[in-house]
Design a protein around this ligand. Structure first.
Ligand code: PMT
Length: 402
């Protein structure tokens, strides 16, 4: 995982709501990711979570009042606003949302917010009827217009017993949205289709042919593109990974299903990145009953699967098309051959077979081959890092194409 928040100065505002206990966990996650976090508690927040908890977790003094207890004459809310790289308010109450939407500054947090010029993220959390109230929704619209990132609450059972929208999302999700907010939006509104994971080709209802792809590389690319502002469709074979936030998922099993999902979405795509490990062959006649072990040998007849990437290469118009090549040897010649045969703009040659590269690993060793003959080899890197460097190169190439 790239330490996106390393050395970032973040201010966390906490309002008075039952979800304030989750803010402590959010603070812990941000600090773990390398951020330096200062906390401002409203008067009501103190009734739900004490300053000592936040002080201990952040290792910094907590601000609870407009009037500085340090007595050193500094105006803390201005000083903190000037140095912050981003500010998150979680949970944000209807009262605080109303104050911020209308420029009211009558306590430490609302006064501080008027001085903030860095990115602002607000996480509303309250009873469903309150959240759906027209005044609250109107105020949230105003905040969005004022360039706040509004993180929508989850739906579920609330502390008041009601089931509906209003729950503060998981702290991991809020931290992820902060990371997104701080990324450059150099893929803004670009439509990116990524495929990931393995395909499963059924033999009978309980068995299949597949491979070891975990989906980690493809999911890392989908997540990176979403962070950078793209509208991402992730066509994924079976994996145990959670869908990256903000990404549209199309879950498939077989190569035929993957082909249909990709063909449906390729027309409007700007960039297509085909990371999935597609089974080259499938059983000719899968049966709908469990095959019994009645003989010592079993012969399985296989048919060639559709080559999805080759077909995209044949149909493509302006889309920038990227393939992956998983190879155990002759990386250069095999990758270049695939790039040419499949009419690609670039291919990512992936050395597989070791524990630090390829299938299932958290890291990868790849070489980029471009269709102008150039190549670039990367050292072993986290898959998230490979994903961002790959997107950097794609953006450069797309810009050069005009
Ligand atoms: O998922 P992970 O565990 O993180 O592992 C990542 C990875 C090793 C799967 C990934 O980095 C990788 O190398 N993916 C390509 C795997 C592969 O199937 O390579 P290939 O050389 O067989 O295929 C070449 C290209 O054609 C690939 O883009 C593949 O998606 C595509 N293809 C292949 C066969 C087929 N029938 N249809 C296709 O579209």
């Amino acid at each position: 995982m790239i330490a996106f928040l390393k050395d970032k100065k973040i201010v966390l505002g906490v309002c008075g709501g039952i979800a304030a206990y989750k803010s402590a966990e959010l603070l812990r996650i941000l600090v773990k990711q390398g951020a330096s976090v200062k906390v401002i508690l409203t008067e009501n927040a103190k009734a739900f979570a004490g300053p000592l908890t936040f002080e201990a977790l952040s290792g910094q003094p907590v601000c609870t009042s407009l009037f500085d207890e340090r007595g050193d004459g500094s105006i803390r809310h201005i000083e903190w606003a000037e140095e912050a790289h981003a500010v998150i308010i979680a949970p944000a109450t209807a009262n605080m949302i109303g104050k911020l939407a209308n420029g009211i500054a009558d306590d430490a947090l609302s006064t501080f917010m008027l001085a903030v010029t860095s990115p602002k993220i607000i996480c509303p959390s309250m009873n469903t009827s309150m959240y759906e109230n027209r005044a609250v929704q109107r105020n949230l619209d105003i905040l969005e217009g004022d360039e706040y990132m509004v993180v929508e609450p989850d739906s579920g059972e609330l502390a008041c017993g009601v089931t509906g929208a209003g729950r503060l999302p998981a702290p991991e999700y809020i931290a992820d949205r902060l990371v997104k907010r701080l990324q450059p939006k150099d893929l803004n509104r670009k439509r990116v289709v990524v495929t990931a994971g393995p395909t499963l080709e059924p033999i009978d209802p309980v068995r299949f042919i597949s491979n070891h792809s975990s989906g980690k590389m493809g999911y890392a690319i989908a997540r990176a593109a979403e962070y950078r502002g793209a509208d991402v469709i992730l066509v994924s074979g079976s994996t145990s990974l959670s869908a990256p936030a903000g990404v549209l998922m199309a879950s498939v099993k077989t190569a035929d299903e993957m082909a249909n999902a990709v063909f449906e979405n390729m027309e409007n795509a700007d960039i297509i990145i085909k990371v999935a490990a597609v089974a080259d062959y499938k059983p000719s006649e899968p049966v709908d009953y469990k095959i019994k072990k009645t003989s010592d040998n079993l012969e399985l007849q296989l048919d060639k699967n559709i080559d999805i990437l080759k077909e995209i290469g044949r149909r493509k118009k302006d889309q920038f098309l990227v393939g992956f090549a998983a190879e155990t040897h002759d990386l250069d010649s095999n990758s270049r051959k695939k790039m040419e045969e499949k009419n690609l703009d670039m291919i990512v040659g992936n050395l597989v077979g070791g524990s630090s590269s390829g299938f299932e690993a958290d890291t990868n060793k790849v070489t980029f081959y471009f269709n102008d003959g150039k190549k670039e080899s990367l050292p072993v890197l986290e898959k998230d890092e490979v994903a961002h460097i790959l997107l950097d190169r794609i953006i450069e190439k797309v810009a050069a194409k005009g």
